[in-house]
Design a protein around this ligand. Sequence first.
Ligand code: SF4
Ligand code: SF4
Length: 125
Amino acid sequence: MLEKIFNLVKALFYGFVTVLWHLFKRPVTEEYPEEKPVLNEYFRGRPFLNSCAGCGYCKRVCPADAIRIIKNERIVEKYIIDLKKCIFCGNCMFYCPSKSMHMSNDFALATNSKSGLQIDIINRR
Ligand code: SF4
Ligand code: SF4
């Protein structure tokens, strides 16, 4: 009986000390969205395109088949990335010969509609 009481007090004491310890520790969570997270320099978020020559390398190296390029003759009319398929591997950026593709830091991709997960980029060149 005495041993049981001793173990109970010991457990309560350890629990209390643990709570006190965590009270004064810096929290590991962040107050998002008020506090912007610090991202790793290699973080890859929403891809974006500056301009496009329409060579199609990015489409060929995309493992998720997420890129669609609509051309009229040799002019790129539409460049579409389907974010529902994209796995953010960065291949389109690494293999683009004109360095037009970039992976941004934008990770807030949640949306209410499917069309919100499709980036339509009309070539500005
Ligand atoms: S990041 Fe990867 S999966 Fe996404 S579009 Fe580029 S190549 Fe395709
Ligand atoms: S984004 Fe780059 S690799 Fe893809 S079609 Fe345009 S120029 Fe070619």
